[in-house]
Design a protein around this ligand. Sequence first.
Ligand code: GDD
Ligand code: MG
Length: 363
Amino acid sequence: MQAIVLVGGEGTRLRPLTYGTPKPMVPIMNVPFLARTLERLYEAGIRDVILPAGYMPQAIVDYFGDGSRLDMTITYVIEETPLGTAGALKNVEEHITGRFFVLNGDVLTSLDLQAMLRYHEEKGGLGTLHLIPVDDPSAFGCVVHDQTGLVSAFVEKPPRDQAPTNEINAGTYLLELEILKEIPAGRNVSIERETFPQVIAAGEKLYAYTTNDYWIDVGRPEQYLAAHRDILSGSMPLKLEPGLTGPGSDALKGHPGVVPPIHAAGDVVVDPTASIGPNVVLGKGCSLGARVVVRESVLWDRVSVGPGTHIEEAIVASGVTIGPEARIGKGSVIGHDVTIEPGQVLEAGSRVGPAPSTALPTT
Ligand code: GDD
Ligand code: MG
């Protein structure tokens, strides 16, 4: 069985983080998100993965290589211009040998892929779509179906008052090879806006597989932080790496300023007078000075924080230096290698560089 993980998006809603790191490489609990996804596929018995990529693909290739380190086979197909969520599938057609899973590359979920496969086999449709009920479906694809699961409509991102249902496309599909015939080659095609509506109109059968699994799209800063909170609280089950410490953190065991849950790389250096947590993740090589306060935030690798600085509900990319006595307001997002001056105050919701021209990929 093969899986195609869509990893070609530009991650615009996560800028400036994605000026320096493509969305699939954005860390979740200190490990690239895509590694989490591949691990889930591995656990479901899937070893053969195709990655249609386009935005900063080299960072992905450099990390995962041919997949052998993970006991998997990874095939990369690079799009020169984005082909869209269905165009990306058509573009890898020559590598697809039969029924296949498709995963949006930014979805964190506890979905059981094998159970979805059994459901798909029972129903016998051209495709099965994983659905999740949400409060506000307007940012997602709405999927209407009858009691047997048969899908009758797919409406991408409707205005909230026109949403026909609160059950949304959760970004995991199980598709039969024949669906590729419905996708035109050589141009940008959206599976949500074009292919699914067209397949439904043609009377082909798509089935809805609705579950109450943990599910979140990490493609926006608030959701990215929420995903970490949910992992730290245990509501999203996730295996943590050996060598890193789990919720409660051994690296900072006995540290008087730790408010659990937190998760820290083993080599962090934190002054005894600093206050860390709750819901904080510290990447490799982070150092926090005296009286620093960090709450509800994710710091990537090598973030250096000067004495007396406060950070709340923020995401700080790798290599950032924050001077002493700074204030990082709630919802701030700081991009790679940025320097925040001593005493600088970032208003709530700030997004700080780097300028894209200096950080866009050269490959
Ligand atoms: N290869 C490739 N080429 N991948 C792409 C392209 C492309 O042109 N465009 C987007 N992708 C990838 C993104 O990297 C992401 O992993 C996935 O396709 C979905 O794109 P997003 O940009 O994250 O879409 P969305 O979150 O607005 O909406 C999608 O996901 C929702 C669930 O999170 C849709 O599928 C919705 O229907 C769905 O509800
Ligand atoms: Mg998304």
